[in-house]
Design a protein around this ligand. Structure first.
Ligand code: SF4
Length: 410
């Protein structure tokens, strides 16, 4: 698989960002920790530097360091059954270690002045941040979103928008900065541009052969998560998309002999990205799209109406939708990307982003004729992942897809 050249620029941008938390040549900016789909634009607009513990969780998983830290959190009373981002992150903190040192040359995670979470994704984030609020002696403030929404109504948007607005007075006090609505509009506009470019990047996988895989998306999304609301994210995706469009024009596939296309639902298995990437390439199969990477597309962001548009976009994220809505999205995505099969990752410690537990794969297969494969695994806990079982299951699934024509499947 050809390497994406722009990734070097991404690494530089992330290094610059993480090192800036420790830059002693400029006055220290206050630091806010924020959930990955929390209202970070408010924080950026108010002069905080924003750090995302879930990004740290993913890095712990991708670097396979989580294995040594999850048991530390388990021993402290955090169950092996709860979010393994949380347990890996708290375990690493308890040991005073971080993969950020090796990746970006910083001595530790940056110390927070405030913690901001949004329950739009799961309740775990509230308990996760409560741990750090106690450790650092700083406030943890939450936005409580309506859960599992179907069509979002105006009352629900107002409910969330008001909570976002109510963060302003305490954040003014902590940051020492006065809130400026025009600055928020600028940041929201930057996130919107980032989101549009990120959406464009992911959409390039509709090409045949696809120039990118889901596993590329898992790397490239770092900018949409960590750098959104900053000009550097916009610049990065412009450059990245220009590179990938050249691949489309040259018909260069991420998988050289792409014959089968898959959709991935649910979380990545961070410690196994390379394993999956190699496995599917060997099977001439490209995982072209996912609901996970799409989660940082915030099409509703509107600088003219920053609070309500943020409330709408952040409450409408896929993980927070009803089963009925999710099914509609998956069927639409399967058609858009022309997939032959769908993989559902049943992540042991993330029930919130595992959509195979209430009959959804079966309903989608019945409606579309597109076969599905459910893989047991986890986001970070490698003890829940069996490479042997996955290889056997994936090989027979691809065999089935290759030899049974679509119109004979339903
Ligand atoms: S959505 Fe899943 S992986 Fe993410 S913080 Fe919640 S439980 Fe953990």
């Amino acid at each position: 698989m050809p390497a994406i050249e722009s990734t070097k620029i991404l690494k530089q941008a992330l290094t610059g960002y993480f090192q800036s938390f420790f830059d002693e040549t400029v006055p220290r900016q206050k630091v806010a920790w924020c959930t990955s789909v929390g209202p970070s634009e408010i924080l950026t607009a108010m002069g905080f530097k924003v750090y995302y513990p879930e990004n740290h969780g993913a890095l712990l998983g991708a670097s396979r360091a989580s294995e040594q830290y999850i048991p530390v959190a388990n021993a402290a009373g955090y169950s092996p059954d709860i979010c393994s981002y949380l347990t890996a992150d708290i375990g690493a903190f308890k040991k005073g270690e971080t993969p950020l040192t090796k990746a970006y040359g910083i001595p530790s995670v940056p110390k927070p002045d405030v913690l901001i979470y949004n329950t739009n994704q799961c309740r775990e984030v509230q308990d996760w941040f409560a741990y750090y609020a106690k450790e650092f002696g700083v406030p943890s403030l939450g936005v409580f979103s309506p859960w599992k929404v179907d069509d979002l109504n105006e009352d629900q948007i107002s409910y969330v928008a008001k909570q976002m607005q109510s963060l302003i007075p305490p954040l003014e006090k902590i940051s020492g900065n006065k809130f400026d609505i025009d600055r928020l509009r600028e940041v929201v506009a930057l996130t919107k541009q980032t989101s549009d470019l990120w959406s464009e990047f992911l959409g390039l996988a509709t090409a045949r052969p696809s120039p990118i895989t889901f596993f590329d998306g898992c790397i490239q999304m770092a900018s949409a998560v960590v750098l959104r609301g900053l000009p550097v994210a916009v610049d990065y995706y412009r450059q990245l998309n220009a590179e990938i469009k050249k691949r489309v024009a040259a018909k260069t596939g991420a998988v050289p002999k792409e014959t089968t296309r898959l959709y991935w639902d649910g979380m990545p298995m961070w410690g196994k990205l390379r394993f999956f990437s190699d496995l599917f390439e060997r099977l001439d199969t490209c995982v072209v799209a996912s609901t996970y990477c799409d989660s940082w597309i915030f099409a509703d962001f509107d600088p003219a109406d920053p609070f309500r548009s943020m409330a709408k976009a952040y409450t409408k994220i896929f993980i927070n939708r009803s089963e009925t809505h999710k099914e509609k999205v998956l069927i639409e995505m399967a058609g858009k990307y022309g997939v032959d099969g769908m993989i559902f990752h049943d992540a042991k410690t993330c029930p919130h982003n595992s959509n195979s537990r209430f009959g959804m794969p079966q309903r989608i297969t019945k409606a579309t004729g597109i076969p599905n494969l459910i893989l047991d695994g986890d986001v970070n806990d490698l003890r829940c992942i069996s490479e042997e079982q996955i290889i056997t299951a994936a090989e027979s699934f691809i065999e089935q897809l290759t030899h049974v024509p679509r119109n004979a499947r339903a």
